[in-house]
Design a protein around this ligand. Sequence first.
Ligand SMILES: *Cc1c(COP(=O)(O)O)cnc(C)c1O
Length: 427
Amino acid sequence: MATTKSTKIMKKAEGVIPGGVNSPVRAFKAVGGRPVFIKRAKGSKIYDVDGNSYIDYIGSWGPMILGHAEPKVTAALKKAVERGTSYGAPTELEVELAELVIEAFPSMKMVRFVNSGTEATMSAIRLARAYTKRDKVIKFEGCYHGHSDGLLVKAGSGAATFGVPDSPGVPADIAKQTVTATYNNLASVRKIFEKDPEGVACVIVEGLPGNMGVVPPKTGFLEGLRVLTKQYGALLIMDEVMSGFRLCYGGAQDYYKVNPDMTCLGKVIGGGLPVGAFGGKRKIMEMLSPSGPVYQAGTLSGNPLAMTAGIETLKLLKKDGVYEKLFASTRALCQGIVEIIQDRKAPCQLTNVGSMFTLFFSEKPVKDYKGAAACDLEKFSTYFTRMLKNGIFLPPSQFESAFMGLAHSKTDIDDTLTAVDKSLKGL
Ligand SMILES: *Cc1c(COP(=O)(O)O)cnc(C)c1O
């Protein structure tokens, strides 16, 4: 596999962009490699500047559920570009996408569009604090909610640790407002509430955690969070930036039947363009500027290109049988991987829900962040590098989900399984 051009571009990139990339995971640091630079993508395939092609399981980290450059989305975007790319004034497209979102997520009576998932969670939390007149936020170790100050906290071990920032530059005073609980452990949440029964504004949780690798909620965990938040007068925010329109059309809240106060979306609803959204109960959302006092704004929010890509994507996802097809092909791939693991007696655990999956290099099933963190990262790196050489583009970190898309074919699955078998050899 030649990577001369990628290597040359990376050298230049490192001179002008910190670490050569605009989002850290892209640098392949966790797998000790150098990134390939991408030239184009179509369907299930992605092509780098050296002419290598890969079957893509990153899918832009989730958004490309239909596959790359889907013809209907692309055609709609081409037309939209001709009409101008941003107006700084409202369009009917925003209303159309809002209606599609609200129809899919009955817990959301109103929605506001932003430009990223980070903005969505940050703004949802501001609103939750204003609504409850409280400051503390409970989040879970290993759950990622974007890079705003108060959410870059995962804290140390133990059932409930008051937050220390994960990154320099986050003031300790801000991190202190975030309290970390253990995922899949209701007792750790209850303990925080009992200690400060009137201080917690909200609990924020990933609909289906994918940011420590895929770690599904235990039966009763999300329901338990709903009960506890109600009991203590706090809001439940489901961060469905990844799981929304991914786990099923109505997201994790439909899949697991929970009814949150607020929801954050992103990724799929932008069809590959930069979008985020947050929404929830009318009484809460009406507190948002300009109908209420809580300020939030965005020059490019509700951008007509992003709205167009979102609308076209959701229309295609809404058709009958789409998720069944997606799940069936993911299941075929995952069953194949499990058979290889068994044949090779590989020290791996495959976690799969819907079209998301992670191959953990662990002897034991992974149930929380501690379990994920205990994985053999060296083996993962070897596996990742071998897979890439065999033409499979996987997330370059153990702590991520892989994403299946509707463009992946039977041949893609067979080719992937051949690569998995080769790559797991001797691991
Ligand atoms: C990706 C992601 C975010 C952040 O979204 P960005 O668009 O990258 O800012 C937040 N929450 C979850 C669950 C995510 O997967």
